[in-house]
Ligand binder design. Structure first.
Ligand code: SAM
Length: 241
């Protein structure tokens, strides 16, 4: 696994974060060292996908990156046919995902699309996953995307969303941010790396509170909601139609 050193050297100017070739090359190390409980979260999402999948329907993995979640989902289905559309706006990520598919046993059902989430049609879906990606969407576009997903899901269909979150109560928010910095330090990131990455993400990754997410799901029409996994400022949520 190539080590993430994207923010290790002092930069004269910190540019907004992008999922380019440099990030794609070190993405697994970045996820491992900056997303608490990442493996647990995607493993359970893959299992829930199998649980909620309805025959002859589609799975959508929105912001699929280079396929960690999609490949786990394919593994859950073993030899059972399924249809999954992976969408990502980063061509380096999609290219890397494609290059990994040759080694995936049950990969025939996976179609990869390089597109903005806002531009895709969701239809005949039983499972939609948005793992660590809604947070990158323009705030004004989030209600519309969740409503579009709701409309494209069949009854009993599920939406799984994992996000970096904010707490509205500031002492708790400060605690959560401090424990997140601690997690990064424990994983070998320097203070310079932590602060340069925070600057790069500042206007690009806009977290919201779990209450805001919940209200958006309920407004769209979802009838059941839960936070099934939480670690300080990260939450994995489920909404059922
Ligand atoms: C943190 S990564 C997602 C990680 C991935 N879901 C996983 O499970 O490993 C966010 C991804 O969302 C993509 N992305 C961000 N905004 C997007 C948009 N508006 N449309 C499509 N993809 C987007 C980025 O290119 C990036 O690959």
């Amino acid at each position: 696994m190539k080590k993430d050193r994207v923010f290790a050297e002092k930069k004269d100017r910190v540019e907004p974060f992008v999922f380019n070739r440099e990030v794609t090359a070190v993405f697994d190390d970045m996820l491992k060292r900056s997303v608490p409980l990442y493996n647990e979260s995607i493993q359970r999402q893959a299992q829930m996908t199998l649980e909620f999948f309805q025959e002859k329907t589609k799975i959508y993995d929105l912001g699929c990156s280079h396929g960690n979640l999609g490949i786990l989902i394919a593994g859950q289905f073993k030899n059972t046919p399924f249809s999954m559309i992976g969408v990502d706006s980063s061509l380096p990520m999609i290219d890397k995902y494609k290059s990994r598919l040759g080694r995936v046993v049950n990969s025939l059902g996976i179609v990869l699309v390089c597109s903005m989430l806002e531009d895709i049609v969701i239809e005949n879906a039983s499972v939609v996953l948005i793992n660590l990606t809604l947070q990158f969407l323009d705030l004004k576009k989030r209600d519309g995307l969740i409503k579009k997903i709701y409309d494209g899901l069949l009854p009993g269909g599920v939406l799984l969303v994992t996000e970096k979150i904010l707490h509205t109560d500031s002492p708790i928010n400060n605690l959560e941010q401090e424990f997140y910095r601690r997690f990064k330090r424990e994983n070998g990131y320097s203070e310079l790396e932590i602060s340069q990455k925070r600057d790069a993400l500042e206007k690009v990754l806009i977290p919201e509170s779990p209450d805001v997410h919940k209200q958006r799901f309920l407004n769209a029409g979802f009838s059941s909601f839960d936070i099934w996994l939480k670690w300080f400022n990260f939450a994995s949520m489920i909404a059922i139609k």
